[in-house]
Design a protein around this ligand. Structure first.
Ligand code: PEP
Ligand code: MG
Length: 566
């Protein structure tokens, strides 16, 4: 087999090699497959056979449901059978195969999609929902038409696999937390998508935005993943394997050298201390905070507590989770961000009615406040767009504090309350927000996407996602100035903080703390310890005079090389 090299977007560095595991969550990906004239009749016969097999399967299922749950529940399958018996469906598929000379599964899916589209336009809600039934039927028929080895579920994963997926939602990523995944490869996604964040916290390489890797890679294909360059190599030659084996040993050796920095302070040669903190999402990441020498948690992403479940976490459950983190990380602070449901962080299973939001928010605030009795907790609101929102959130916080006080439940009454600066309107009004905040934390992942109008999860525009853009650096400068003139601290908890070149600029812009995934902490500490603060400041001042992100990146890299920092 020939070696194939796919190029994507680097999302988490490192090298891994092992067998591929295609994760497609039970949905078939159907590539276009051309057939020859003499194959037409057998292709149509194959389709008819698949429909017949599906029909038998549904009869069987219907009988079983009738026995287990009753006649009424079984009736839903009559609608399925009606679709399978529809002569129009047969006619369209038959014609499509004859005219276009494409494989049955490809034509069938096209026809079903047209039907589903007309269903979805119907005003009647009941009928509209039947579009979902159509998808279910389609998957059942496809199962008989296609290679079933393409279907797997998350629970039966083997160890040491490279996960190859079209997309990885935050909730998929959570289900993979306890598995021994050695790398992630996805068709879609940008450099700060959740796949990237999860891969970094697991310390494994990831390449995203490969467009069609799930069509090119098959289960058990041997892969090499180069997370630094964003390469995925299918069936590598002996020569490539040897090359990467050497690279891997070098990376391991430099990681071992980094380990020696664990107990040392993050301090420049001329004595300027920089606080390096860790971003966490799940409880099992908590022990890494001290292991990697982080000075606390700069961002606790609480969304993960709400994922992969049908109910909401109770106050007690959240309190226990936060308390555990606070006790382990003590005496350092844990910055807990309230639930951030924006953009790509949807919760798949919990359908939250709008009127429930204040209740969910109050429950979470109670849990966070209760945890604050056990160590240093800081509270942080995401996606604040202006002072009105901050005041409304604080009004609810005060109400919750009063209730706890009346119930004689202990909490830290002086708990620090900060704002995430990740919406351009917040940055533009930073002076106003600074007066009523205890600290700022800049969420560059979102700030970049909303300032540059470039979606952070979209591989098609990833080349425009530019952390070094002069507009971004000026916004950070403005935020820092506003914070410092009110005497409050400002950190950065977006992915920008974990890139040594960008971290240098952030330190030069006088950001007080940087928070990042565990796997980046030591590399950033190394950069900090190799430079003088005075040099960092002059590099930053010169960089701020340049006019494009590319010029800035190149300039900073060159200066770092000159000063002997790799
Ligand atoms: C950010 O937006 O930079 C951030 C840190 O938060 P998240 O990635 O969870 O949106
Ligand atoms: Mg954000």
């Amino acid at each position: 087999m020939n070696e194939i090299v796919l190029k994507g977007i680097p999302a988490s560095s490192g090298i891994a090699y092992g067998p591929a595991f295609i994760l497609d969550k039970g949905e078939f990906i159907v590539p276009e497959r051309v057939i020859l004239e003499h194959e037409v009749d057998s292709e149509i016969a194959r389709f008819e056979q698949a429909v017949n097999d599906t029909r038998h399967e549904i009869y069987f299922l219907k009988e079983k449901i009738k026995q287990d749950l009753g006649e009424k529940q079984a009736q839903i399958f009559d609608a399925y059978l009606l679709v399978l018996d529809d002569p129009a469906l047969f006619e369209q598929v038959d014609q499509g195969i004859r005219q276009n000379k494409n494989a049955a599964e490809y034509i069938f899916l096209k026809v079903i999609k047209q039907h589903a589209q007309s269903f979805s336009k119907i005003k009647d809600e009941y009928l509209r929902e039947r579009a979902g039934d159509l998808n279910d039927i389609a998957q059942r028929v496809l199962k008989h038409l296609m290679d079933e080895s393409k279907l797997h579920d998350l629970d039966n994963l083997q160890d040491d696999l490279v996960i190859v997926a079209h997309n990885l939602s935050p909730s998929d990523a959570v289900s993979l937390y306890n598995k021994k995944i050695i790398a992630f490869v996805t068709d879609i996604g940008g450099p700060t998508s959740h796949t990237a964040i999860i891969a970094k916290s697991l310390g494994v390489p990831a390449v995203v935005g490969l467009k069609d890797s799930t069509l090119r890679i098959t289960n058990d294909d041997y892969l090499i993943i180069d997370g630094q360059k964003g390469l995925v190599i299918i069936h590598p030659t002996q020569h490539t394997k040897e090359f990467y084996s050497k690279e891997h040993s070098q990376i391991r050796a430099s990681l071992r050298r980094l380990e020696e920095l664990k107990g040392l302070p993050a301090q420049t040669i001329d004595g300027k201390k920089i606080a390096l903190l860790m971003n966490i999402g799940l409880a099992n990441e908590v022990p890494s905070v001290k292991k990697f020498g982080a000075e606390g948690v700069g961002l606790y992403r609480t969304e993960f507590l709400y994922m992969n479940r049908l109910d909401l976490p109770t106050e007690e459950e959240q309190y226990q989770a936060y308390r555990q983190a606070v006790e382990v990380v003590s005496p350092y602070p844990v910055t807990i961000r309230t639930l951030d449901l924006g953009g790509d962080k949807f919760i798949s299973s919990v359908q939250i009615p709008k009127e429930m939001s204040p209740f969910i928010f109050k429950t979470q605030l109670r849990a966070i406040l209760r945890a604050s009795a056990h160590g240093r907790v800081q509270l942080m609101y995401p996606m604040i767009s202006g002072i009105g929102e901050l005041r409304r959130a604080n009004a609810i916080l005060n109400e919750v504090k009063n209730n706890l006080h009346q119930e004689k439940i202990p909490f830290d009454s002086k708990i620090k309350v900060g704002v995430m600066m990740e919406v351009p309107s917040a940055v533009m009004t930073a002076e106003v927000l600074a007066k009523e905040s205890d600290f700022f934390s800049i969420g560059t992942n979102d700030l970049i996407q909303y300032t540059l109008a470039v979606e952070r999860v979209n591989e098609k525009t990833a080349h425009l996602y530019d952390p070094a853009h002069p507009a971004i650096l000026r916004m950070i400068q403005k935020t820092v100035d506003a914070a410092h003139s009110e005497g409050i601290q400002v950190g950065v908890c977006g992915e920008m903080a974990s890139d040594p070149t960008m971290a240098l600029l952030l330190i030069g812009l006088r950001v007080d703390e940087l928070s990042m995934s565990s796997s980046s902490i030591l590399a950033i500490k190394k950069m900090v310890r190799s430079l003088r603060f005075s040099d960092i400041q002059s590099i930053c001042q010169e960089a701020m005079q340049l006019t494009t992100g590319q010029e800035i990146q190149e300039f900073v890299l060159l200066q770092m090389q000159k000063l002997g920092v790799q």
